[in-house]
Write a protein that binds this ligand. Structure first.
Ligand code: ATP
Ligand code: MG
Length: 560
């Protein structure tokens, strides 16, 4: 997409705040992942939104780990998240923060609320607390521990921190209103006891802050102006505001937007983790995963993901985006920038019987018709070639114009060839097609302009490299993978054919030296990129990034 002024309801709010000088002209956003999994395409939307706003308004953007839950968090996730945010161009400069670094301040803030009579230590266990919380239509019941004195609360809270109590034995709760119509305000828990090692703080703490208590403080301490989050936090905003107002500290504005949902895709870390731990995929970066690491490994470009996020925009209402829109974005970017090449995925040998044995010659091939500076390259041609099995039919269906008995086709960048005969094995399979070539039909020759109905790609057998190619399809067969039969879950909708491995593909010589991460268009076949994990120098493994066919027209209609 061309760079143009973006507009959405969040940018409108920021523009208004700039007019009224609400934050003295500052714009400061953040992306606050919990390091309990790899980032997915939904997170990419949030990263592009938050870092894009900072960029467009000459503001700042922080990356902050919301590492407040010791049991599910790991350093591996921290490292992958930093890499993914940087890859997407989220420029946090030197502002990489960890919520756990604020634990001491959060603790002091909690003491302040206790001293004000606004927080208390409660001995109800999780079940008792749930039962006393009430429902949407009924008020909750006040905890019998709600009227503890400030002194007793200060003493108990200090002892919670020291580790005197078991997991779940006590909590610290805000004293707000058990009859509030907003359940989030019914004396929410601020601290839980969790005797577990934290990936950064090790054993310094055995009480951990809840998300609602911690998040606003993190935003406040960092001077965030607009704290952008997904819609499920809308009902938490009054609590976000209450904590910061009771503490008397700087208060950012929380703004909610609709999370990204994609068809044929699950975007929940819990479910993605199951795909990994139950070995339905090879890891978080399996090229079929909707993770940023998976997309990167598969060959999606950062530019195309950013472009996708621009196209879908931000909204206040939840919806599901058609995954073909993402594929369209990828295709559009790769079409502009990919080097073209010839690769035969399912080889069938062709012998040019009137071409001298032992001879070979070069044909000039265009590197990228979309980029006039990309030049040309030489592709070897000889007596024995491979074409794709798809491009020959012994008994052609109607309107089949490629190679078949009696037919002529053009070999791209080379000659017109004419069918002569076939060779079959004992089982009756066609093993070779014999053809003759018309030596006057190469580019620059007298017959170069001669028209035939089809042009097919090919490689020279003697010069071709053997490579492995991996074809990916959707990981799920259902548009909504969660729509499973009774008693089953999303895993029952996995596509059993989401990966097809082709071991004996024949590619033009240049591709034999393709390097990890490089992307190519295989002419007439699709976009492919060199797998960074399983390739060795000289033996690339190719991932299919996306097919060539453009289904955008169909979606465009749907969106209209
Ligand atoms: P979970 O999958 O466990 O619910 P999460 O996806 O909310 O977790 P976080 O690490 O808390 O994971 O998310 C970091 C940020 O990314 C949050 O601000 C969250 O609102 C945002 N985010 C998460 N999922 C999406 C999504 N599908 N679309 C847009 N933003 C998202
Ligand atoms: Mg979350």
């Amino acid at each position: 997409m061309e760079e143009k002024e973006k507009s959405d309801f969040i940018r409108d709010i920021i523009n208004d705040d700039l007019k009224t000088n609400k934050y003295q002209g500052r714009v400061h956003t953040r992306f606050p992942p919990e390091p309990n999994g790899y980032l997915h395409i939904g997170h990419a939307k949030s990263i592009c939104l938050n870092s894009g706003i900072a960029r467009d308004f000459s503001g700042k953007f922080n990356l902050r780990f919301d590492d407040t839950n010791p049991s599910k968090e790991e350093q591996e996730y921290v490292d992958s998240i930093v890499q993914d945010v940087q890859w997407l161009g989220g420029n946090f400069e030197d502002r990489l923060f960890f919520a756990s670094d604020y634990f001491e301040t959060m603790y002091e803030y909690a003491l302040r609320l206790i001293a004000k009579g606004k927080a208390y230590v409660c001995d109800l266990n999780a079940d008792e607390m749930r039962l006393s919380r009430g429902t949407l239509t009924e008020p909750g019941k006040e905890s019998p521990y709600r009227s503890r004195s400030v002194e007793e609360n200060l003493d108990l809270f200090a002892r919670m921190r020291k580790g005197e109590f078991a997991n779940g034995a006590k909590t610290l709760r805000a004293k707000i209103d058990m009859a509030s119509p907003n359940i989030n305000l019914r004396d929410p828990v601020m601290y839980r006891i969790v005797h577990e090692e934290h990936h950064r703080q090790k054993n310094a703490w055995c009480i951990y802050p809840t998300y609602d208590w911690a998040h606003g403080i993190e935003d406040s301490l960092e001077g965030i102006t607009h704290s952008i989050c997904t819609l499920e936090f809308e009902n938490h905003r009054p609590l976000y505001d209450w904590y910061l107002e009771e503490l008397g500290v700087y208060r950012p504005q929380q703004i909610e937007f609709a999370r990204l949902n994609l068809s044929y895709t699950v975007l929940s870390k819990r479910k993605l983790l199951r795909l990994v731990t139950e070995n339905h995929v090879s890891g978080w970066d399996d090229p079929r995963m909707p993770t940023i690491a998976g997309f990167r490994r598969r060959g999606y470009t950062a530019a195309s993901i950013k472009n996708f996020c621009d196209i879908i925009g931000v909204a206040k209402r939840d919806s599901t985006i058609d995954v073909t829109l993402l594929e369209y974005s990828i295709r559009e970017d790769l079409n502009k920038h990919s080097q073209r090449s010839m690769a035969v995925l399912n080889p069938l040998k062709v012998v040019i019987t009137n071409y001298p044995e032992g001879n070979s010659e070069e044909c000039t091939a265009v590197n990228n018709p979309e980029d006039e500076n990309s030049g040309t390259r030489q592709v070897p041609f000889s007596r024995e070639l491979y074409i794709d099995q798809e491009d020959f039919r012994e008994v052609p269906p109607p309107k089949y114009y490629r190679l078949s008995p009696g037919m002529e086709v053009r070999l791209k960048y080379a000659y017109i060839i004419k069918f002569e005969s076939i060779v079959k094995d004992a089982q009756g399979n066609v093993t070779e097609v014999h053809c003759t070539y018309d030596p006057e039909t190469k580019s620059g020759m007298a017959g170069a302009g001669r028209k035939v109905k089809a042009t097919i790609h090919w490689v020279s057998a003697a010069h071709a490299k053997d490579v492995e190619v991996r074809l990916y399809d959707r990981l799920f067969v259902k548009e909504n993978p969660d729509d499973a039969e009774e008693g089953k879950d999303f895993l029952s909708n996995l596509n059993p054919n989401s990966l097809q491995v082709l071991k004996n593909c024949k590619v033009e010589p240049m591709l034999g030296n393709a390097k990890a991460g490089e992307g190519y268009q295989f002419e007439r076949t699709g976009y492919f990129s060199v797998d960074p994990k399983d390739s060795q120098p000289g033996t690339p493994v190719f991932n299919r990034v996306v097919t060539l066919k453009d289904t955008w027209a169909k979606i465009e209609q749907k969106h209209r």
